[in-house]
Design a protein around this ligand. Structure first.
Ligand code: NAD
Ligand code: KPL
Length: 305
C-alpha cells in the first residue's frame, strides 16, 4: 500500500483499472505516449468511465514517459505486441525491484519482459473483464470478470493487493498463473481464428462442431506436452460453454480485423504453433488454421504476428 501506481497504456483495460483505483483514492498516474496525447487527454479533463448506465469523469493525473519521478509499480496495459517497446520508454525510471504487472493476453510477451528487465519483479495477470473504448477518453466497462494474478516464481500474495480490494477490482492471487494464461490462450485459439475465417459471431461456430473438436484435441496435446495438464482438462467442453455464453458476440480478434487493427495472433495461435514445434508435436490443424488466418491478415494489409 502507499506506493504510487503508474499505468502504461490508458486504453480499454488500463483506463478501467485507472478509473477504479483513482476513485478509491489510490495514488496513481497514467503514462501517455507523447506530448500530443497528453495535451489531448488534458483537454478532455480526464478519463470517463461508463458503467451501470451512468458515466463519470475522473481527472486521473497523467504524464509523459520521460517524466522524472521513479516508478516502483508499473501496470502495463498495452497490447502484447507493444508491451516491450512501451516499457523500454520508461525503463530508466524503474527502481530496482520494481513491480511490473503485465495485463497482456496470450503468452510470450510476459516472458520477454521478465528476461529483458531481470531486476524487476513481474506479476502476470489473466483478465476476463471486458472493456472497450468509445471516442476519445471514454471507456465502457462492458463485462464483469476476474483478474488472476501470480508470478513465475510462485511468490506469496503481496500486501499491495489491498489496493485492488479498496478499488473494487475483482482479483484472486494464484500460484498457477501459467495454467490460467494457457487455458485462456487455448480457448482464444479455438474460437477466435475460426470466427475470423468464417466471419461470424461466436454462436455460429456451433455449426462447425467437428472442426472445433479437432482444434481442441490438438490444443489439448500442446498443453499436455508443456506440462499444462490442468489447463487441458475439459477444454472442449469449456470452449462450447464459452461459445454458448457469448453466442451473440463477435470475439475480440474478429472486432480487431473488422476495424483494421493489428491482432495479437502471434501471442495466441502463433504461440501455440511455436510451442508445438519446440515440443516436436505434429499439429496439422493448428498450423493450417494459422496459415489461413495469416493469409487473410495479409490480404487485409494487417501484420501477420
Ligand atoms: P487498447 O488498445 O484499448 O489499449 C492499449 C493502450 O496502450 C492504447 O491506448 C495505446 O495507445 C497504448 N499504448 C501502446 N503503446 C504505448 C506506449 N509506448 N506508451 C503509452 N501507451 C501505449 O487495448 P486493451 O483492449 O486495453 O488490451 C490491453 C491488453 O489486455 C491486451 O493484451 C488484451 O488482449 C488484454 N485484454 C483486454 C480485454 C478488454 O476487454 N479490452 C480483456 C482481457 C484482456
Ligand atoms: O476472450 C474472448 C475474446 O473475444 O477474445 C472470448 C469471448 C472468450 C472468445 O475467445
Amino acid at each position: 500500500m502507499g506506493r504510487t501506481w503508474h499505468i502504461l497504456g490508458a486504453g480499454s483495460l488500463g483506463g478501467l483499472w485507472a478509473a477504479r483505483l483513482y476513485r478509491a483514492g489510490i495514488p496513481l498516474r497514467i503514462i501517455l505516449r507523447n506530448q500530443e496525447r497528453l495535451a489531448d487527454y488534458q483537454g478532455a479533463g480526464g478519463l470517463t468511465l461508463v458503467e451501470n448506465q451512468g458515466s463519470i469523469l475522473y481527472p486521473v493525473p497523467a504524464e509523459r514517459p520521460d517524466a522524472a519521478a521513479p516508478i516502483a509499480r508499473l501496470l502495463v496495459a498495452c497490447k502484447a505486441y507493444d508491451a516491450q517497446a512501451a516499457i523500454a520508454e520508461v525503463a530508466p525510471r524503474l527502481v530496482e525491484g520494481a513491480e511490473i504487472l503485465l495485463l497482456q493476453n496470450g503468452l510470450g510477451s510476459q516472458q520477454a519482459v521478465a528476461a529483458r528487465w531481470p531486476d524487476s519483479h513481474c506479476v502476470l495477470v489473466s483478465s476476463t473483464e471486458g472493456a472497450y473504448r468509445q471516442a476519445g477518453w471514454r471507456i465502457v466497462h462492458a463485462g464483469q470478470g476476474q483478474n488472476w494474478l501470480g508470478t513465475l516464481g510462485h511468490d506469496h500474495a503481496p500486501a499491495w493487493l489491498a489496493d485492488l480490494d479498496a478499488a473494487g477490482i475483482p482479483f484472486a492471487w494464484t500460484d498457477a498463473i501459467m495454467s490460467k494464461l494457457w487455458r485462456k490462450l487455448a480457448i482464444n485459439c479455438a474460437i477466435n481464428p475460426l470466427s475470423v475465417l468464417y466471419d461470424c459471431r461466436n454462436g455460429a461456430l456451433l455449426a462447425h462442431r467437428a472442426e472445433l473438436l479437432e482444434i481442441c484435441a490438438e490444443l489439448n496435446a500442446v498443453l499436455r506436452a508443456c506440462d499444462q495438464g490442468a489447463a487441458a482438462e475439459g477444454l472442449a467442453e469449456e470452449v462450447f460453454r464459452v461459445i454458448e455464453a457469448t453466442a451473440n458476440n463477435y470475439c475480440s480478434m474478429h472486432q480487431d480485423v473488422r476495424s483494421g487493427r493489428r491482432t495479437e495472433v502471434g501471442f495466441l495461435l502463433g504461440q501455440a504453433c511455436r510451442t508445438a514445434q519446440a515440443q516436436g508435436l505434429d499439429v496439422p490443424k493448428l498450423n493450417a488454421l494459422l496459415d489461413q488466418l495469416q493469409a487473410l491478415l495479409r490480404q487485409r494489409g494487417l501484420p501477420e504476428d
